[in-house]
Ligand binder design. Structure first.
Ligand SMILES: C[S@@+](CC[C@H](N)C(=O)[O-])C[C@H]1O[C@@H](n2cnc3c(N)ncnc32)[C@H](O)[C@@H]1O
Length: 186
């Protein structure tokens, strides 16, 4: 299916699901997510894009923070957002250097062009409103935006098309489960 009229799963069902699996989320998904993050790290190195301590990074749909605290080695300022409060609680407990907030992608309470890097790792397919989420990511970003998109989701093609309309894709990478798009703000 490739249209704008995809029926999305009720966000309350998604939230309940993620809150219910919160305690076991990392045991289930950490290795898989770390493989994707290491692929992104290599792509950035290849592109000679460096994340420095003076940079600000926002992770949209950060879950328990695997995809946010991964960047701890860069010493950049890190913020993670996710609507699942139980996951945010875990994320904050595990990462004293990051800041975590319960917020959906569609309504980010942060100022325009604040972030040098915005990441969205295996989360965009969960957005209740794809256009609003993408528009918010665009608004708060200043330079580089990184999407990792699950290839098996029903509206995969539609998601990729919308990303390509809204951002300049500078690198595409096909992983086992996700497509990774490294983008620049247009
Ligand atoms: C597969 S997890 C990925 C979490 C994290 N990025 C990682 O790599 O481990 C998908 C996340 O999307 C979040 N999510 C659901 N609806 C969302 C929305 N409207 N805006 C942002 N994130 C959302 C879920 O709560 C969940 O934490």
């Amino acid at each position: 299916m490739d249209c704008d009229c995809i029926t999305r799963i009720n966000p309350i069902i998604i939230m309940n699901y993620y809150n219910e699996i919160a305690e076991g989320y990392e045991e289930l998904h950490e290795d898989e997510q770390l493989a994707k993050l290491n692929a992104i790290k290599s792509l950035l190195e290849e592109l000679k894009i460096e994340i420095s301590p003076n940079h600000k990074l926002l992770d949209v749909g950060c879950g328990s923070g695997i995809s946010t605290r991964f960047w701890d080695f860069t010493e950049c300022e890190r913020i993670g957002l996710d609507p699942a409060d139980k996951l945010i609680e875990i994320a904050q407990k595990k990462d004293i250097n990051g800041q975590y907030f319960v917020e959906p992608a569609e309504n980010i309470s942060l100022e325009d062009k604040l972030f040098d890097f915005v990441t969205c790792i295996t989360a965009i397919h969960n957005f209740e409103n794809l256009d609003m989420g993408i528009s918010e990511i665009k608004r708060v970003s200043k330079n580089i935006i990184i999407f990792s998109i699950l290839k098996t989701v029903i509206d995969f093609k539609n998601i990729v098309r919308k990303i390509k309309t809204n951002f300049q894709v500078i690198k595409e990478f096909e992983g086992d489960k996700d497509s990774i798009l490294i983008c620049k703000k247009l």
